[in-house]
Design a binder for this molecule. Structure first.
Ligand code: ADP
Ligand code: MG
Length: 356
């Protein structure tokens, strides 16, 4: 039987480019080779699309980009192609048919629905959430609005738009009154904690708002929640499943970029240290949120569980970190689904789903 051809997309123009390279290296090494043929396409920070036939070991450190065999390759929007158009240096072109795309891209233009729109137009099945749910889950203000409407608890919040910067002094007392210190200030379209700060007083709040606005035109301010940070892995379409939750104990004051990727001393507990009732509530809320947010394929949905057993949703991630030691695959592994089996399921479900 011919192998299914999967295009793994990695890199991208977002601030999470490097994280994508790490995730993609793991994905490429673990997709079952007996069943799938992998086509690697990297997107540079500037947005160039390059077909990369070289060794997977050169992806994580970024060396792939300067490999002499890289060829420009763009996704064709012509549905009769269902694939990539390779453009050689002499201008010759050829079409490479693709059965499924696995966008191992985090953040802007990868996880926000824009590229999912391109896949939809191209008529090619792809792993993960569709345009609408990716867009809603990427924007923290929209996520809050949808979850509020569904009665799913999140931190108290408000959003600020760029025009609010000029009247910040006037607005600060209202923000303080509504949320109280400490607060978390985030660019609406954040990822990997980039641009996120905790504010303990008005001075820090103003500074944090300015920093967040340097990353985005919309900013979300939340009341700080005290509790355990718990993560869930959800998989599937019409009848999704959720793995046993895991827990992170950040090595910094909160789970910032350094705690996520640099220090390496953040503790993980799998399963999370929760009571059976808390675990049940977290799992139920994860499935409900997945459904109301319109997710499909996969999402990692993160929570806080407070000392008085409240379950508060922090955020959904439609393309969570995907290295072999990332929480999303680890939680599935703990629930009996190995990393290669998980990748197989994600791809085969995406293809199946697209057929009806
Ligand atoms: N409302 C909050 N209360 C307490 N901690 C928070 C809150 N919001 C964010 N944090 C901390 O900041 C981290 C990053 O915030 P998050 O919204 O998950 O952003 P990202 O999308 O960048 O992962 C969280 O993992 C948590 O440690
Ligand atoms: Mg997060």
């Amino acid at each position: 039987m011919a192998k299914t051809r999967v295009c793994v997309l990695f890199g991208g123009v977002s601030s999470e480019h490097e994280i994508s390279l790490l995730s993609a290296s793991s994905v490429i090494q673990n997709i079952p080779a007996d069943k799938y043929e992998i086509i690697c396409v990297g997107i540079t920070r500037k947005g160039r699309w390059l077909y990369y036939p070289g060794d997977v070991s050169l992806i994580a450190n970024g060396e792939w980009e300067s490999h002499p065999d890289c060829t420009t390759a763009v996704l064709s929007v012509d549905r009769t192609h269902k694939g990539l158009i390779k453009i050689m240096s002499d201008g010759e072109t050829s079409v490479l048919h693709i059965d499924c795309i696995f966008p191992v891209l985090h953040g802007r233009n990868g996880e926000d629905g824009t590229i999912q729109g391109l896949f939809t137009i191209a008529g090619i099945p792809y792993v993960g959430c569709d345009t609408l749910s990716s867009a809603v889950c990427m924007d923290k203000a929209f996520t809050h609005t949808v979850l509020d409407a569904a009665g799913i608890r999140t931190a108290k919040w408000l959003s600020l738009c760029r025009s609010d910067i000029s009247r910040l002094d006037e607005l600060i007392p209202t923000v303080v009154e509504k949320l109280g210190f400490p607060m978390f200030v985030k660019p609406a379209n954040a990822g990997s904690s980039v641009g996120i700060n905790k504010a303990n007083d008005e001075e820090q709040l103003k500074e944090a708002i300015k920093i967040a606005f340097s990353h985005d035109t919309k900013v979300v301010v939340e009341a700080a929640v005290v509790g355990k940070e718990v993560e869930t892995s959800v998989l599937g379409y019409d009848n999704p499943c959720v793995a046993e939750p895991g827990e992170i104990v950040p090595c910094n004051e909160f789970y910032d970029y350094e705690a996520k990727y640099i220090l390496g001393t953040t503790e993980l507990y799998i399963p999370a240290r929760l009571t059976p009732e808390e675990t049940q509530k977290v799992k139920e809320t994860a499935l409900k949120a997945y459904q109301v947010l319109g997710c499909g394929g996969l999402a990692r949905i993160d929570f806080f569980v407070t000392p008085d057993h409240e379950v508060i949703l922090n955020e959904p991630n439609t393309m969570p970190g995907f290295t072999a030691i990332s929480m999303y695959p680890k939680l599935w592994e703990n629930s009996g689904l190995s990393y290669p089996e998980l990748l197989d399921q994600l791809i085969s479900m995406a293809i199946e789903r697209a057929e009806f």
